[in-house]
Design a protein. Structure first.
Lengths: 262, 264, 346
């Protein structure tokens, strides 16, 4: 366990070493929020639509922006390269679970982003545009759980993409497809409240909602408690299923590498 | 560099791509899915709110198609080289480009021309044709020529911005994030810029002229009014394109000079 | 007139200063301090047309940096370089048509297409006339034995085949100077032979000047006449291979394999250069003692199992030179012994 912790801290320190990126990310995050605020101001203005005010949407935009930044959905290009070049076999010789180290590495990155990008971005945007605190302590805790699910699910989906590369040679296409699903069903830009009812019903069954809409809506207390609990359980189910699928795929790949020689 | 050599590079890239025929087709499908998702989210927003800043659904689709088409054309030349420039420099592969008796910009863009954007162009063309059919534009010869010139200018703007990012990626470490930033800026001309605050409109018009990629030419053709700037600046799109590209090209060449240690 | 001239050529690199320790990472983020690293330090030498020169040095000595400056990729910080009479960076494209460059570790070929496509593109870029192209292609095919795989996609070629392709491509436009950066690295023996043979032919039959960086000393022995050694950005040796060999020719070695370790022993007129218990190596100055007499000097009661005479090769010289250069206080005497005072003083 300490080994993986070490990987995580190493990743954290590695990200610390890059100079310009930190400032840039904060600036970009703030601008991104500002742009969304402009859109919602034009659309909602001073009134309310479906019970949602501009203030609500500002908080929603801020939350989604920082959530998106902290997800583990950067396609793990290192892993991808290793699989394609066959170097992955070298990792299998080492006395630890490679995938867990990758997870730890990504977690280190997320921790870094949370500390150095999320906090300053929220601080700045709160000052500029206003920001609503969590609806209650319970909601905050639920938000925490939701974020855990978000990390797990984003990790699982990007792993899947990378592992498909092993069979299909190109991550590019799966990235696009996954990106399409995320665009439509994560609700990062447009919250589910504005979706046509049938589309919303579908979106609430899929795992992508945990990558944006669900954590944000939970924080804001815009969902009834029963819904929150139910969706958290659904999310847990998805996380387990997706991670399990990944683990299975990984075992197939390692088997193929070890037995067949890639 | 003579056009014939450039064209030869493109032909070679096409042949390379066709070596992986299956992947090419899957690529088209997955790209199509990606754009369908984008399009759907837009549709959801406009559907829910009626019109957006006075623009209806077909008009917004028209905006979207212009943005996509110009991006596909510009990026076909510049996306691969500019995003990979940093890696090429680190690995020393970029030296191979400098060894040749060719202009490095032309050589690099030709060598890394991305045939994959063909799919994007087809999709954009489809949306363009559809939206134009729905809209009541009086298509005189002048207007048709303008549309083509505007698309050319828009493509130059898109190429210019990618080129600038490529130039900066050599000086800054891990500037990959800048590309994402430009992408998000760009995605906001998906909507008519008149809905944004003045500062944003100014930025998108004067600083990073993405608004000339679709909004201003469309405003001209659809007879829409601009807000901070008058709609007729749309006629300047081709000029803006050429100007932006020349500027970006200069900065890029200067960046290469600096990589080579000349000029500090 | 020399085709390559360097005069006090200097190249420095500036890097942001890195701090150590836990807070070091944050300080590195915020610092505005820079450190300067001198990669090439006032280097001077000339190369005449038709010479074949080996450019040698430990890793990090500045070999690649020199080549980059000579090919116009990198600009000198101070001093002057002239290639074919021109400053390489200012006349990059002009010179590019008259020089060929082969990077051992970076490919310039098109990965997914057959070799001949890369060659064809090369023909267009360098504006080679069709007849000249055909001639040169035929020359390369015969000298490098390439006919079999011209039509194979480059990604399917073995490393040896690929390197031959790279070399061929660099020769297609009749370069007056060939720069090669570790061209035989990772190749099998046969492939190395072929490359070396091709380089010899190009140098002797076509008069191309060759500048070759390599770690393989056989490359040097087979291809080059002159050797330049660089260390820490400075030139430390400039001389002919023939001289090195002549010098070595005066050294003779005997390797004795004992049945059991006789302990420390000495032989009159010889120096113990290597002692591995059962296996000891002695060096003698050849000129003085005939071999039979050498053997005669061995005490008859030594438990000798086997004896071999050994010719020292250039590798030995280089190794000693490198080792001396590495030492904190370089043993100038040692260096002098091996280079007979041909060290370039700075």
């Amino acid at each position: 366990m300490t080994l993986y912790l070490a990987f995580m801290m190493k990743s954290f320190r590695k990200h610390l070493a890059y100079r310009s990126e930190v400032w840039l990310r904060i600036v970009i995050g703030v601008i991104w929020v500002g742009i969304q605020v402009a859109i919602w101001d034009a659309l909602i203005g001073s009134g309310e639509v479906d019970g949602i005010s501009l203030r609500n949407m500002i908080t929603y935009a801020i939350l989604n922006t920082v959530i998106s930044l902290s997800l583990m959905d950067r396609t793990l290009s290192e892993v991808d390269q290793k699989i394609r070049s066959g170097d992955i076999s070298v990792e299998l010789i080492k006395p630890f679970n490679y995938m867990l180290t990758v997870f730890a590495d990504q977690l280190g990155r997320s921790l870094f982003i949370a500390t150095f990008t999320v906090v300053p971005t929220v601080a700045v945007t709160a000052l500029l545009f206003g920001f609503q605190l969590p609806a209650s302590v319970g909601h905050f805790l639920a938000f925490g759980c939701a974020m855990g699910l978000a990390l797990a699910i984003s990790f699982a989906t990007s792993c899947m993409i990378v592992m498909f590369a092993f069979y299909f040679l190109a991550t590019f296409h799966f990235q696009w497809a996954m990106g399409a699903l995320k665009t439509l069903f994560a609700g990062s830009l447009v919250p589910f409240w504005f979706y046509p009812s049938q589309l919303r019903a579908v979106a609430e069954l899929l795992p992508f909602q945990f990558l944006g809409f669900f954590p944000a809506a939970t924080w804001m207390g815009e969902l009834p408690d029963s819904d929150i609990v139910r969706q958290l359980l659904l999310g847990l189910g998805w996380a387990v299923a997706l991670l399990g699928f990944c683990a299975w795929l990984w075992s197939r790949i390692t088997w193929r590498l070890v037995v067949q020689g890639g | 560099m003579p056009v014939s050599i450039f064209w030869h590079f493109v032909r070679l890239r096409l042949r390379e791509r066709l070596e992986y025929r299956g992947a090419f087709l899957i690529g088209l499908v997955s790209q199509g899915l990606g754009y369908a998702a984008d399009f759907t989210v837009m549709w959801i927003l406009v559907h829910r709110f009626g019109s957006l800043g006075g623009w209806n659904w077909e008009e917004i689709a028209f905006l979207y198609s212009l943005n996509l088409m110009s991006y596909a054309i510009g990026a076909a030349f510049t996306y691969s080289p500019m995003t990979e420039l940093e890696t090429m420099v680190q690995r020393g592969t970029f030296d191979g480009v400098l060894i040749r008796p060719l202009n490095p910009y032309a050589s690099l863009t030709a060598q890394m021309f991305n045939v994959g954007y063909l799919g994007h162009i087809l999709i954009a063309l489809g949306i363009l044709v559809w939206s134009v059919n729905q809209l009541a534009i009086d298509w005189t010869m002048g207007r048709v020529v303008f549309l083509l010139a505007a698309i050319a200018g828009a493509s130059l703007i898109q190429a210019a911005i990618l080129t600038l990012l490529g130039a900066w990626s050599i000086s800054l470490v891990r500037a990959q994030y800048l590309f994402g930033f430009a992408g998000s800026l760009r995605s906001f001309v998906t909507y008519p810029i008149t809905i944004y605050a003045t500062a944003i409109q100014v930025t998108l018009t004067v600083i990073v002229p993405f608004a000339f990629v679709n909004f201003y030419p469309a405003a001209v053709l659809l007879g829409k009014k601009g807000q901070v700037f008058p709609g007729w600046v749309g006629w300047l799109t081709p000029l803006v394109g050429v100007g932006a590209f020349l500027l970006a090209y200069r900065v890029w060449m200067r960046g290469i000079d600096r990589y080579q240690g000349a000029g500090g | 007139m020399a085709v390559i001239e360097l005069d006090a050529l200097t190249r420095e690199f500036r890097q942001p200063r890195r701090f150590d320790g836990p807070l070091g990472a944050i300080r590195t983020l915020l610092t505005r301090e820079y450190t300067t690293r001198v990669a090439i330090d006032a280097m001077s030498f000339n190369i005449e047309p038709g010479e074949s020169v080996a450019y040698l040095g430990p890793n990090g000595a500045g070999k690649s940096t020199t080549i980059k400056m000579l090919t116009g990729i990198l600009v000198p910080s101070r001093g002057m370089a002239r290639v074919l009479g021109n400053a390489p960076h200012e006349h990059r494209r002009e010179n590019a048509k008259r020089i060929g460059v082969v990077f051992g570790q970076r490919s310039q070929l098109w990965w997914d297409l057959p070799l001949r496509e890369s060659f064809d593109l090369h023909r267009r870029i360098y504006q080679i006339s069709p007849e000249r192209f055909r001639e040169n292609l035929a020359f390369c095919e015969s000298v490098l034995h390439m006919d079999a795989f011209l039509g194979t996609p480059v990604r399917q070629l073995s490393l040896g085949q690929r390197m031959r392709g790279e070399l061929a491509m660099a020769l297609l436009h009749d370069p007056e100077i060939l720069f090669l950066d570790e061209p035989t690295i990772g190749l099998d023996v046969l492939a190395k032979d072929r490359i070396r043979e091709a380089l010899r032919t190009v140098n002797r039959e076509r008069g191309a000047t060759i500048m070759l960086t390599t770690h393989d000393l056989k490359d040097i022995e087979e291809v080059c006449e002159r050797i330049l050694i660089v260390n820490l950005g400075k030139l430390v040796y400039d001389g002919k291979i023939a001289e090195l060999r002549a010098m070595l020719g005066n050294q003779r070695r005997i390797v004795i394999e004992f049945r059991h370790d006789p302990g420390t022993i000495g032989i009159e007129g010889g120096t113990l250069v290597e002692d591995r218990g059962l296996r000891k190596t002695f060096a003698f100055d050849r000129g003085n003692i005939p071999p039979l007499e050498l053997l005669g000097r061995l005490p008859a009661d030594l438990p000798v199992a086997d004896i071999a005479f050994q010719e020292p090769d250039i590798e030995e010289v280089i190794r000693r030179l490198y080792r001396s250069m590495e030492a904190d206080r370089p043993d100038q005497e040692e260096i002098d012994t091996w280079t007979r005072g041909r060290v370039v003083t700075q």
